[in-house]
Design a protein around this ligand. Structure first.
Ligand SMILES: C[S@@+](CC[C@H](N)C(=O)[O-])C[C@H]1O[C@@H](n2cnc3c(N)ncnc32)[C@H](O)[C@@H]1O
Length: 281
């Protein structure tokens, strides 16, 4: 199919089904759809099945799962239904860490709940020298992270060592770290469920999104204790979290008496989004 013809078909498809598409895919534009599908067409060539893709979009399947990739920070990451689709706000953590430590630093770090590997691999590929430890409790997600590492091999040198750990949070042996970063599951399964878009509920892995309400504080207490044990003195911790629960988590983290300079950082829309803290020296 000629590219021009395909572009016209995508435009027509978008106009004809706009309200249905927008109810499933909030914020989707004809421009984004065209950009992603033309990219996918170039990738797939003769296997590109326009009807199948349009049907899946109308059924509400996320575009990233249909094309199998999502651009994050400065590379395309493979994603599938076992991994969260990396979000733009998570890119702020990469920028924040690189600004804090400088790209030429030689650092050891952990990314807990790595999923597709988007966060940990983006940080690692931008540090000249590092030992990166990427963990996930889901073997299928961890396999996608490994695949992304091998796919993106041209971005890495032997000075960037990457290890993968099938593990609950930091339950693996790898010494201590200069910094620890995480975008953990942080939605309360009952209390916050109503605020989650139907498309996310239907398609993205529950393990990546939710924690049981009654285990929430306990889960994070354990996480912060592990972080305190595995950070070097004055090591740095950065975490993405739920706007409504960050203050509660800051208090919890403070109550351990292991961290200083704990504060909430907003995202680009000004909403509370991240917590940072420094392990006592
Ligand atoms: C919100 S997703 C983040 C994925 C990726 N880091 C990103 O930012 O796109 C959370 C990830 O944590 C993993 N996870 C859930 N519980 C975990 C646990 N107890 N220990 C380690 N990883 C966990 C999930 O499988 C999922 O991949």
């Amino acid at each position: 199919m000629a590219v021009l013809l395909l572009e016209r078909e995508i435009d027509r498809f978008f106009v004809d089904h706009q309200s249905q598409l927008l109810s499933h895919h909030p914020g989707l534009s004809a421009h984004t759809l065209k950009r992603e599908l033309l990219w996918f067409y170039n990738l797939q060539g003769f296997n590109f099945d326009r009807k199948n893709i349009f049907d899946r979009l109308l059924a509400g399947e996320p575009l990233a799962y249909i094309v199998g990739y999502r651009f994050f920070y400065d590379a395309f990451f493979k994603v599938n239904s076992n991994t969260l689709i990396p979000r733009p706000e998570t890119e702020i953590m990469v920028a924040h860490l690189l600004e804090r430590f400088g790209k030429v630093a030689s650092l050891s770090f952990a990314d807990i709940g790595t999923g597709s590997g988007a966060l940990g691999l983006s940080i690692a590929m931008n540090l000249q020298k590092c030992q990166a430890h990427l963990s996930d409790i889901c073997p299928k997600a961890l396999n996608v992270a490994k695949e992304n590492y091998f796919r993106l091999g041209q971005h890495f040198t032997h000075e960037q060592e990457i290890q993968f750990h099938l593990s609950d949070r930091l339950d693996f042996e790898a010494g201590t770290f200069d910094f620890i970063v995480t975008n953990p599951p942080y939605i309360k399964a009952l209390a916050d469920r109503d605020q989650v878009h139907e498309q996310v509920l239907q398609n993205e892995p529950a393990l990546a999104l939710f924690l049981p309400d009654h285990e929430y504080s306990q889960w994070f207490t354990q996480l912060f204790s592990q972080v305190a044990n595995k950070l070097k003195p004055s090591g740095y911790f950065l975490m993405e979290g739920h706007e409504a629960h960050l203050d509660e988590l800051v208090t919890l983290m403070g109550s351990l008496d292991k961290f200083k300079d704990i504060r909430v950082i907003p995202d680009l829309t000004g909403r509370s989004r991240f917590i940072e803290g420094i392990k006592n020296g």
